[in-house]
Design a protein around this ligand. Structure first.
Ligand code: HEC
Ligand code: HEC
Length: 387
């Protein structure tokens, strides 16, 4: 009896010792993690990017990498310099539905400042409520895009801005006719005169004014900008870890880099859904180069929280889902990797930069928390009075 009792006592002692050991290990781990995050916080908020831990980049990403950070000053092209009068004319035209065939649809119909300068729809509807095939991109920070559209088919904002006017599913109007309509509206004379020196209305002037306005639509400093400038306590621990993961283990910076959070390149992340009803050959449609099948322009991630749903087809409504897809290296289904287009067999070749990332659920949540810090509030822009 006595013997049993002492055995029980010894056992209890061992269990309690083990327990103590374990909880002090957990405690140690927590303290270590806390001090690791505190160190990261100090480096990232130091105001000196050279102190940041090195990014984890693939060889092929290096030539196109520049560090994430603030948005630089907007560059206005030499043949279309900025003036506030021109930007104001551009803003007025951006809101004017008379540029459309039905006189009902303006640029602002699909690029609404209250909806993150897009329309928050999977795909837009335009003329006669026809549905388009792609998700409307926000025009926020579009001044930093070196080519426009998901497939880069426009080389400048000037060139881009006449395309939706002529698109049968969008505004469905001939640009010359649109320009003629604007020229007949008396109140525009003074706006053209102030912007261009005389009251002549041409389609070139219309596109130049709209492009100038668009270049002024730039994100104001976000929580991320303020944090890296030294507001050390602005980020939660999860946001600090998310920023670090974005640049290291999750390797998002391979493609989403610079102050614009895009390297402005075209990449295939396995979203082209070849051989299905939703098939989109992406950049190939523009270049006809088989290597470009399924490539889309890397979108900038500033304001990403406001510009849902995501991807070229608006097929994602959850950022967690997007990060989980990257986490798995996007296992594109086999049946969607090849298609026959105009008699040519085309294959989707997913980027080698996509791979299993091995992120825990906690890390996925931290990345998502970080993406939140890149967004600012929706503006309440007063629409201009139309002449
Ligand atoms: C019916 C909806 C609709 C209308 C109206 C519309 N857009 Fe768009 N916009 C879109 C869609 C959809 C895309 C993406 C299309 C694609 O990539 O193929 C887009 C893309 C853009 C882009 C590219 C942004 C980037 O980062 O590449 C710009 C700039 C733009 N639109 C400006 C305009 C202007 C200026 C007007 C008016 C002249 C206009 N849009 C009218 C739906 C619309
Ligand atoms: C190989 C280059 C590449 C890498 C690496 C990459 N992305 Fe992307 N990302 C893209 C491309 C290309 C698209 C657009 C694809 C499409 O529209 O079908 C995109 C789209 C997105 C979108 C949707 C944005 C929008 O406006 O629709 C989010 C969010 C995103 N990526 C986040 C991430 C995160 C987080 C990581 C790291 C885990 C990451 N990306 C890594 C190339 C990349």
């Amino acid at each position: 009896m006595k013997n049993t009792l002492s055995w029980v006592l010894v056992l209890l002692l061992i269990v309690s010792l083990l327990n103590n050991c374990l909880s002090s290990k957990v405690q140690r781990d927590i303290t270590q993690k806390k001090s690791f995050i505190a160190k990261l916080r100090e480096l990232y908020a130091s105001g000196d990017r050279s102190k940041w831990p090195a990014p984890m980049l693939d060889e092929e990403a290096k030539p196109y990498f520049s560090e994430i950070g603030h948005l630089p000053e907007v560059q206005f092209p030499q043949d279309n310099p900025y003036s506030s009068e021109k930007a104001f004319l551009g803003k007025t035209l951006f809101y004017d539905p008379r540029l459309s065939g039905s006189n009902q649809i303006a640029c602002a119909s699909c690029h609404d400042p209250e909806l993150g300068w897009c329309d928050n729809r999977m795909v837009s509807f335009g003329h006669d409520r026809q549905l388009g095939t792609r998700n409307a991109m926000s025009i926020l920070n579009t001044a930093y895009a070196t080519t426009l559209f998901w497939d880069g088919r426009a080389a400048s904002l000037e060139e881009q801005s006449q395309m939706p006017i002529q698109d049968k599913k969008e505004m469905s109007e001939h640009v010359e006719i649109a320009a003629g309509k604007i020229a007949r509206i008396k109140g525009y004379e003074i706006l053209f005169e102030k912007a261009f020196g005389d009251k002549t209305v041409t389609k070139e002037r219309i596109t130049k004014a709209i492009a100038t306005f668009e270049r002024t639509i730039k994100s104001t400093p976000s929580k991320f900008d303020r944090f890296i400038d030294g507001e050390t306590h602005l980020f939660t621990d999860d946001e600090v870890m998310g920023l670090h993961l974005f640049r290291t283990k999750a390797q998002c910076v391979n493609c989403h880099n610079s102050g614009y959070f895009s390297n402005n390149r075209f990449e295939n992340i396995g979203t082209s859904l070849l051989n299905s009803k939703e098939e989109d050959l992406g950049r190939y449609l523009m270049t006809k180069n088989p290597d470009d099948v399924g490539k889309f322009r890397v979108p900038g991630l500033r304001e990403v929280v406001r510009t849902y749903p995501w991807m070229h087809n608006g097929s994602f409504t959850s950022l967690t889902d997007i990060i989980q897809i990257y986490n798995k290296g996007n296992p594109e289904p086999y049946k969607n990797r090849s298609t026959v287009h105009n008699g040519i067999t085309l294959n989707s070749q997913k980027s080698d930069m996509l791979r299993l990332l091995d992120l825990t659920d906690e890390e996925v949540a931290q990345l998502e928390a970080f993406l939140g810090t890149l967004s600012t509030k929706n503006e309440r822009i007063q629409p201009p009075a139309l002449p």
